[in-house]
Structure formats: C-alpha cells, structure tokens
Design a protein around this ligand. Structure first.
Ligand code: CA2
Length: 150
C-alpha cells in the first residue's frame, strides 16, 4: 500500500476536455489526463483518487470526505475558482494542503478570471501549462509530502 494518498478534483465542464475549445484547453480528454496521472502516481509510489463534478455542493462534500483519507489535494475548481466561498471554506475546514491548477493562463484572459477564492490558501498555484500542469503539480505534491514527513 502507498504511504501517501492524493485526491485530484476537477470542477465544472472539465469533463468536456478534448471535445471542445482545444485552442484553450488542449486536445487531451479527462480520461487521458487521469491515465497519465495514474502512471506518474505509480512511478512515484503514491495512490490517487480522481473526482470530477459539475456541482458545487458535490465538490464541497468530496472535500469534506477527504479528511483523514487524503494527504494532499490537487484541485482545478474550474469557474468555481472565481466564485465559490463554499469551496474555499471546505478546503479551510479540512486543512489538507493543496495545489490549485489551471490549464489555461487565467491571467492572460478576462479580468473576472484573475481573482481566485483559493490561491491565498494554496501551497502553490500552477497556471497556463496545459494538461502537463497536473503532472507537474503531482510530482511537486509528492516532493512536498516527502519533505514534510521526511
Ligand atoms: O484554465 C483552467 O483550467 C480553468 O480552471 C478552466 C475553467 C475556467 O472557467 C477557469 O477560468 C480556468 C473552465 C473549464 C472548462 O473546460 C472546458 C474544457 C473543454 C471544453 C470546454 C470547456
């Protein structure tokens, strides 16, 4: 059994990856992303759970259920990043360290995407590296956990 468990959360519309807007979000599907992360997790010796939902309350429930089950969260909250005090409060409530991920460079897009309700609570933020950003975040999370728990 792996020593560390990491939960990957993808928010609204990210189930559409690879089917539309490839210019912004790339050509890979959510399934491709999941398969690549599983491969990297196996290489690093950690367990991964994947969760995607289009519903804010379901994301809140999932974060609450992560308490005592997961050591780290990787979250792309999609559009809820810019609107959701509830997701911010859920993450603060469980006190699990997390990285915030965005596929696109939100800072080069519309002004309403420049503010995040999560960034100031995150250990780090990865923005604009496409789907590769999830892999970078996973590898960084593994380093973080090893350093924290030497
Ligand atoms: O860049 C990101 O990862 C975002 O979190 C994606 C969100 C957007 O609201 C954020 O501002 C930035 C949107 C996800 C929509 O994903 C789609 C993927 C393929 C086709 C259509 C939408």
């Amino acid at each position: 059994m792996s020593k560390y468990s990491i939960l990957v959360i993808n928010g609204p519309n990210l189930n559409l990856l690879g089917t539309r807007e490839p210019g912004i979000y790339g050509a890979g599907t959510l399934q491709d992303l999941t398969a690549n992360l599983d491969k990297v997790a196996a290489e690093c010796g950690v367990s991964l759970e994947h969760f995607q939902s289009n519903h804010e309350g379901q994301i809140v429930d999932k974060i609450q259920s992560a308490l005592h089950r997961h050591d780290f969260l990787l979250i792309n909250a999609g559009a809820y990043t810019h609107t959701s005090v509830a997701i911010r409060d859920a993450i603060s409530g469980v006190s699990i360290p997390f990285y915030e991920i965005h596929i696109s460079n939100v800072h080069s897009r519309e002004p309403f995407r420049h503010h995040s309700y999560l960034s100031d609570k995150a250990v780090g933020v990865i923005v604009g590296f496409g789907l590769k950003g999830y892999e970078y975040a996973l590898r960084a999370a593994v380093d973080y956990l090893h350093k924290q728990n030497h």
